[in-house]
Design a protein. Structure first.
Length: 382
């Protein structure tokens, strides 16, 4: 059973994350009718401008839950078959036998076998996941590069497969969600961003959530500091960035309050119907972008908070920014937190990320926020 919401413990826990090395972070925790909102640290290390809890933030792969919900809405109205082959809708993007074998469901739960396009779009990351052989140069090279989704999809589709079609464990890949964006465009006649905005964001009444219309984040926001495993020292601000490199996979801008509202309404059956929500919670084993085995549903994944049971949600990262949103299965307890530093772990001689005090401090904050009593920080996905 969850512990009651403890404002003093939450204030201390969020401050500890800042002291551990995150320049700034902010969060909202809900427990029934009770709400705690807090922030610690700075939005700009040069000026000392503080972070505040209502700042807008690039939420990375939390976008995937919005995109998955939009697809399932189209499944409900009969425009998309969840277990239909993607080649039925997008034969030019996924041609031949793979197009006939890969289903819409496999795209949503990352069991398509399609490779991640990112190392091909960003040449300095080509050695990923061998981190020691990567470098951050491409992050600067592509700060203002306009990518088209079909260009990126082509990179992922033409790359060597990362697993058997429909096989497990699947492998997390942004290629899957760019294809879902093209699928939405094909069946609705509008862009994926417009479809998701109209049918998900506006349906949920989210006032501060939107896809970017350029490289800037409009409204109050933090700078976003990327360290790339100690190779950028001091960490560099990437808050101004063309997000076409991830589009409907990970480009959404939101607030912690809006994220909590969205996940609360999703689990109340107000975004998709109850049968679709059950499909979203039907999981398969996959390998996360961090190389860790996790269970993944349709745009959602479960996380265990020791002492607090299993919660659901999604995490996300962009260059310099991270977000995690989670909710109890019954919708009673929720948390969304945003941080303005990413990839803070330096590499050991074998090229593996070393433990960092931030890891333990974030895990402790998640634990206190969700009423648990121990454990690791859940994975965040780009």
């Amino acid at each position: 059973m969850n512990n009651p919401l403890d404002s003093a413990a939450l204030n201390a826990a969020i401050e500890n994350v800042h002291r551990a090395g995150v320049p700034g972070l902010f969060a909202e925790v809900r427990d029934g009718d009770r709400v705690w909102r807090g922030a610690a640290g700075v939005a700009d290390v040069a000026t000392g401008r503080p972070v505040v809890v209502d700042m807008r933030h690039r939420v990375g792969s939390c976008t995937k839950t919005f995109t998955a919900a939009a697809v399932l809405q189209q499944v409900e109205n009969g425009r998309i078959g969840l277990d239909a082959p993607i080649g039925r809708y997008l034969p030019k993007l996924v041609p031949g036998e793979r197009g006939d074998a890969i289903t819409v469901r496999m795209l949503i739960n990352h069991t398509s076998g399609l490779a991640e396009y990112l190392p091909y779009a960003y040449p300095s990351l080509r050695a990923f996941p061998v981190l020691a052989d990567t470098g951050p140069q491409s992050l600067d090279d592509h700060r203002f590069t306009p990518f088209h989704a079909t260009e990126l999809i082509g990179m992922g589709v033409s790359a060597p497969a990362v697993g058997a079609v429909g096989g497990t464990p699947g492998v997390y890949s942004n290629t899957n969600y760019l294809l879902l964006g093209q699928l939405l465009e094909e069946v609705t006649g509008t862009t994926a961003e417009d479809c998701i905005t109209r049918n998900v964001i506006e349906r949920a009444g989210l006032q501060d959530t939107a896809f970017p219309d350029g490289p800037h984040v409009h409204g109050p926001h933090s700078l976003l500091y990327e360290a790339w495993f100690g190779m950028i020292d001091p960490p560099r601000d990437y808050s101004v960035y063309d997000m076409s490199w991830v589009g409907p996979s990970a480009s959404l801008i939101s607030t912690v309050a809006d994220l909590n509202r969205f996940f609360g309404m999703l689990f109340a059956g107000e975004i998709v119907d109850r049968s679709s929500l059950a499909q979203m919670q039907s999981t398969v084993p996959i390998i996360s972008q961090e190389g860790k085995p996790i269970d993944y549903g349709l745009g959602l994944y479960p996380m265990r908070i020791p002492g607090g049971g299993v919660v659901w949600g999604h995490g996300g990262t962009v260059w310099g920014g991270g977000t995690m949103s989670m909710i109890d299965a019954d919708g009673g307890r929720q948390m969304s937190v945003a941080v303005n530093l990413q990839r803070w772990n330096r590499l050991d001689p074998s090229g593996r990320p070393q433990p960092h005090p931030i890891d333990d401090a974030l895990a402790a904050f998640h634990r206190v926020a969700m009423g648990g009593a121990g454990g690791e920080s859940p994975p965040q996905e780009r």
